[in-house]
Design a protein around this ligand. Structure first.
Ligand code: BES
Ligand code: ZN
Length: 457
């Protein structure tokens, strides 16, 4: 049986196993889910042993464990790929908007619905099944493979960064392979060459020492919610321009060629509008949507808390208010620098009569990968042959914190070969993954490994 025949033959079992993987509620940000996150790591490790990975480790960290596995069939000095992915998932709220419980996966119309389906368990699992198929039909892998699958990507990879720095020799490789991004459109395989960075901030506004009657005190005491609204209103102007002082200092302007390349991808504003059901798009003036989505920085309020939000009306002047604000960064902005600029700016615009505290919760630096490298060419060829369609090169708006670190510590190129689709509801209700990309992705990955085996170091 050829590897592709094996992959076709076992489709049903692969889907059933993915259902099992997706049933584990590995929500990294939720302290109550820590046992499930650990259980997910164990499940993954025993699965990796089961398919024939001779070395499998569950490595504890101060947070959630890292799963590591390797198989060195090409021997010391042979071509080596480090695959990186994450088994943690985002929280599921609002739960009432899901058509099925998020950890009770359902297959409908060729798609599998569950939290983590596309981000990133489904994408991780297709690599594991590709490895299984090569081992089952060829008895060995064409190259050396190291797998690094973490449980903290969705919270900014706080413990993976020190692990990578301390274990550079263990992780030594010729290139990194990541599947945690999207294809430009269905049927159009894509390689992402840039990821945005992130600075995730929390603003806490403290007013009076307790909630007050808004009749007895209103008018004489600053209201923390009003103060917070004032701050938020001053973060961006009506043209979508971010007002944080010095925010754009390090933003590398787009070249004419990049603007032409992005325009040539054929992005459709009409499709985007109808996908998310809005009558008009909004973004930074002077830029197209495709530029705003991947190549320009952003600032968004992710959540607001404060005051009375129950049924009916309550006249109260709340004691405190809170906002979560994130900024997506582009080359060559730096997370630390932007976080500091944000803190100083928010303090400088804080209205009188309240205490404002700003915290930097986590962040990541943006990434730009070399497009012209042998591994990129191999990846392009593998995708084009498998999907029978030209490969697209895109800039992705999301962030994967550790990718820059691979570049800095391991000094090798990363290939961002994603099989998700942008409208698969990552981070939102009814997250799903197209099973045709799950299965075709496996074939693309086995082809990629075979192409690399011809290349050597
Ligand atoms: N898979 C995403 C990254 C991504 C997002 C790729 C959108 C392509 C499109 C990843 O799991 C993720 O969500 N990352 C977080 C990182 C953050 C918490 C530092 C993100 O981008 O919000
Ligand atoms: Zn992800």
């Amino acid at each position: 049986m050829t590897t592709n025949e094996y992959l076709d033959h076992h489709r049903g079992r692969f889907e059933a196993e993915l259902v099992e993987f997706l049933s584990i509620a590995s929500i990294s940000t939720d302290p109550d889910a820590a046992a499930d996150v650990a259980r997910c790591a164990d499940w993954l490790a025993s699965h990796l042993s089961g398919i024939g990975m001779p070395l499998v480790e569950v490595i504890p960290t101060p947070g959630h464990p890292i799963v590591y596995a390797e198989r060195m069939d090409a021997g010391e000095g042979g071509p080596t790929v480090l695959f990186y992915g994450h088994y943690d998932v985002q929280p599921v709220d609002p739960l009432n908007l899901w058509s099925n419980p998020p950890f009770d996966p359902v297959i409908r119309d060729g798609k599998i619905y569950a939290r983590g389906a596309t981000d990133d368990k489904g994408q991780v699992f297709l690599h594991i099944k590709a490895i299984e198929a090569m081992l089952a039909t060829e008895g060995r892998l064409p190259i050396n493979i190291k797998l690094l699958i973490e449980g903290e990507e969705e919270i900014g990879s706080p413990n993976l960064a020190p692990f990578v720095k301390d274990n550079a020799a263990k992780l030594a490789c010729d290139s990194v392979l990541v599947s945690d991004t999207s294809m430009f459109a269905p049927g159009q395989p894509s390689i992402v060459y840039s990821l945005r960075g992130m600075a995730y901030m929390q603003i806490d506004v403290q007013g009076p020492n307790r909630d007050l009657h808004s009749g007895s005190y209103g008018g004489a005491v600053q209201n923390p919610l009003n103060a917070l609204a004032t701050i938020i209103a001053r973060l961006k102007d009506e043209h979508g321009h971010i007002l944080v002082e010095g925010f754009y200092d390090d933003v590398k302007p787009l070249t004419e060629q990049e603007r032409l390349d992005l325009a040539a991808l054929g992005h459709s504003d009409e499709r985007l509008k109808s996908d998310v059901d809005v009558s008009e798009l909004f973004g930074e003036e002077g830029y197209s949507s495709i530029e705003r989505l991947g190549a320009r920085p952003t600032l968004d309020v992710n959540g607001l808390l404060g005051g009375f939000t129950g049924e009916g009306a309550k006249t109260v002047l709340p004691a405190r208010a809170m906002a979560k604000v994130s900024m997506r960064l582009v080359p060559h902005q730096k997370h630390d620098d932007i976080a500091n600029k944000f803190i100083s700016y928010v303090q400088s615009i804080a209205p009188p009569g309240v205490t404002v505290q700003v915290q930097d919760l986590h962040g990541a630096d943006p990434v730009l990968v070399e497009r012209d490298s042998p591994v990129m060419h191999a990846a392009t060829q593998a995708l084009e042959e498998t999907f029978s369609s030209p490969c697209r090169f895109t800039r992705e708006g999301g962030s994967i914190p550790v990718v820059l670190l691979f570049d800095q510590v391991l000094r090798v190129p990363t290939v961002l070969m994603g099989f998700g689709l942008n409208n698969e509801n990552a981070h939102s209700p009814d997250e799903h993954f197209d099973l045709s990309n799950f299965h075709t992705g496996m074939k693309a990955v086995t082809r990629y490994h075979h192409l690399l085996s011809g290349g050597g170091r």
